[in-house]
Write a protein that binds this ligand. Structure first.
Ligand code: AMP
Length: 280
């Protein structure tokens, strides 16, 4: 595995792999690698791709009052893990490499990025897309791996790919959960045991939603009401949004259409902001 910290080296190393006949899959991450990231690496390797993993806490996607400074950073352990998993290129640049002083060009998507997380995190998808596109140009992969843990991110990227005719395949992997049901996330490390206990109400709500939809319920109002009721029992948990939306557009639905719908939630447990979802 080659460890790389500059954009110049990344572009040269990726070009060399492509010239040697390798098909590249890019796995963009913010590091603090966990089982969710690992599933993306393994899926890509299983499909025969040489994996380029970026490990970069992207400052452009954080708002001023968000957790950029305290976001977990475990680059050395991440690199060791990637080496073991057969990653070809491990890219962990300093901020100035990706966003040098005076950087002023951004990519924004104006529709799919607006609801849900876009309402309260104004910088998020503009930051994600800008960083993503820069990595894409540097690596020129055949595929990009993304987790269903962040369905709006997937939908926004897919829309950008469609709108700008970007020749890339987007491959997704299901949300990886811990044994207790909590979706694995770098931000789970912020949780105390009692906060984690509060967050688990979300898994109970998701399980109940699944049960309802499997049992034939199609009304988003009923689903949201039931989930809200389950979450209301937790005093330290505050819902930011809870919605049944279309998987591609993120627009609210009047009726669940199995295979096309998504139950999405963002919430605070005290000062920790988390998201979760369930494809319906
Ligand atoms: P992040 O490091 O949080 O920016 O995530 C990098 C990639 O890993 C994104 O495509 C995420 O959707 C994906 N990811 C994060 N957590 C999970 C999870 N629990 N299961 C599956 N994919 C995940």
């Amino acid at each position: 595995m080659q460890k790389i910290e500059t954009v110049q080296e990344l572009s040269v190393a990726a070009a060399a792999l492509r010239a040697a006949g390798q098909r590249l899959a890019l796995v963009p991450t913010m590091g603090a690698l966990h089982a969710g990231h690992l599933s993306l690496v393994r899926e890509a390797r299983g499909r025969g791709y040489a994996v380029v993993l970026s490990d970069f806490v992207n400052p452009v996607q954080f708002g001023p009052s968000e957790d950029f400074a305290k976001y977990p950073r475990t680059v050395a352990a991440d690199a060791a893990w990637c080496e073991k998993e057969g990653v070809a290129l491990f890219f962990s640049p300093p901020v100035e490499e990706m966003f040098p002083r005076g950087f002023s060009t951004y990519l924004a998507e104006d529709r799919v990025s607006k609801p849900l997380c876009g309402v309260s995190r104004l910088a998020l998808y503009r930051g994600v897309l800008t960083c993503w596109l820069k990595l894409l140009h540097l690596v020129q992969p055949a595929a990009v791996m993304m987790g269903e843990k962040d369905p709006q991110q997937v939908a926004v990227v897919r829309k950008a790919v469609l709108d700008l005719s970007i020749p890339i395949e987007i491959l997704t992997c299901p949300t990886v959960r811990d044994a207790d049901g909590l979706a694995v996330s770098a931000r789970n490390t912020y949780l105390t045991p009692s906060q984690r206990e509060e967050a688990l109400a979300v898994w109970r709500a998701l399980s109940r939603v699944k049960e309802m939809v499997d049992g034939g319920v199609r009304s988003p109002d009923r689903i949201v009401a039931e989930a809200t009721h389950i979450l209301a029992a937790k005093r330290r948990l505050r819902v930011i949004y809870i919605a049944v939306v279309h998987r591609d557009t993120m627009e609210a639905l009047r009726e669940v259409v199995p295979g096309q719908s998504l139950f999405a939630i963002a919430y605070w447990v005290d000062e920790v902001r988390l998201t979760d979802n369930l494809p319906l």
